[in-house]
Design a protein around this ligand. Structure first.
Ligand code: NAD
Length: 348
């Protein structure tokens, strides 16, 4: 029988793409999502793309008993944990909501996993855990220091998971935790079918959906925050990664947790990024070239806390997970546009 993966937050942007990849790789998929930031339609589309069914439970991960019921009903072998709130600005305004949802929610999930003796976990971490560094290419061993409540929820969860794994060394019985912390850089793009993609509620927080909505005329103008950074064109440089490449890294991580490297347990962080940066103006010009549409933008003042430039060193993921990105910036833009044009109102 195929391994069964529980995907928390599986109806969301990255989670839905992960479900497609897992089903196509032959895994059974169980989704737990409270739909606070997603629509059930995404789950229908996953099944349309793959022609395979998945199990769905509308459950909040903070609800211990409901989550335990899911583990009792399904033969879950590992968990990919995407469920969480992710808007930096909102986390500054409502920090307790973020700590409760992300940190407490993960504590409940871990307790239920331990009770069910399911101890393989892939966690959605983020490059935000690195905080401000003098290096511009981030390796996993750089000091951590998140600079906002959202980032701190990710850093706290990472700490918790490292502690959990370290505690195994003090025990002589029981199966050990096997944990991969995947630190995402900037996921963009959509599935090539145009059936699933990023469907932000209200005005997008992230650059790519914003650019797409300006190009299609839903939003009037993009603000580019700062053109006086010490970068070749003055705008900020980030490491953009196609969401399909990103989720393939999760399938590789599940394989690694089942393999030799994690045979005696462990908790390890991996950067998932392209390993090179790209500026905001490059994104805009690539968008205009691929779509033939003009992106109306203005230069606005820098935002407090934004760094000029950073990108991933993804060599550890290549060495230990046998993973690297395959798609180009052109692919990311073309797939974003395909999703936007086919779904101008998102899943509505
Ligand atoms: N998108 C990015 O740029 C990015 C970058 C780094 C890390 N991440 C992390 O990756 C994960 C997925 O991000 P995404 O972009 O797909 O976000 P998303 O909001 O589209 O997906 C998150 C999903 O989790 C669900 N959810 C939230 N709280 C829940 C709870 N308490 N119980 C059950 N379900 C809950 C939401 O309904 C949503 O479907 C998040 O943990 C996010 O912090 C995202």
């Amino acid at each position: 029988m195929a391994n069964t993966v529980l995907v928390t937050g599986g109806a969301g942007y990255i989670g839905s793409h992960a479900c497609v990849e897992l089903l196509q790789a032959g895994y059974q998929v169980v989704v737990v999502d409270n739909l606070v930031n997603s629509k059930i339609e995404s789950l229908k589309r996953i099944q349309e793309i793959t022609g395979k069914p998945l199990a769905f439970y509308q459950v909040d991960i903070r609800d211990h008993d409901a989550l335990a019921d899911v583990f009792a009903k399904e033969s879950i072998t590992s968990v990919i944990h995407f469920a969480g709130l992710k808007a930096v600005g909102e986390s500054c305004e409502q920090p307790l909501m973020y700590y409760h949802n992300n940190v407490y929610g993960t504590m409940v999930l871990l307790a239920v996993m331990a009770e069910a003796n399911v101890k393989q976990l892939v966690f959605s971490s983020s490059a935000t855990v690195y905080g401000t560094n003098s290096e511009i290419q981030y390796t996993e061993d750089l000091p951590l220091g998140a600079v906002n409540p959202y980032g701190r929820t990710k850093a706290m969860i990472e700490d918790m998971l490292r502690d959990l794994s370290a505690a195994d060394a003090l025990k002589s019985t029981g199966s050990p935790w096997k944990i991969a912390l995947l630190r995402y850089f900037n996921p963009i793009g959509a599935h090539g079918s145009g059936k699933i993609g990023e469907d932000p509620n209200g005005i997008p927080n992230n650059l790519m959906p914003y650019v797409a909505q300006v190009a299609i005329g839903k939003l009037v103008q993009l603000s580019v925050f700062g053109d006086d950074y010490p970068t070749p064109d003055g705008t900020g440089i980030r490491d953009y990664i196609h969401v399909v490449d990103l989720v393939k890294g999760h399938v590789k991580a599940i394989e690694a947790l089942n393999g030799e490297k994690f045979a005696s347990g462990g908790c390890k962080a991996y950067n998932l990024g392209a390993g090179k940066g790209c500026s905001v103006l490059e994104i805009i010009s690539t968008f205009e070239k691929i779509t033939g549409r003009k992106v109306n933008y203005r230069i606005a003042p820098r935002r407090a806390g934004d760094l000029a430039e950073y990108f991933a060193d993804p060599s550890l993921a290549l060495k230990e997970l046998n993973w690297k990105v395959e798609k180009t910036l052109e692919d990311m833009v073309a797939d974003t546009w395909n999703w936007q044009v086919k779904n101008p109102q998102g899943y509505n």
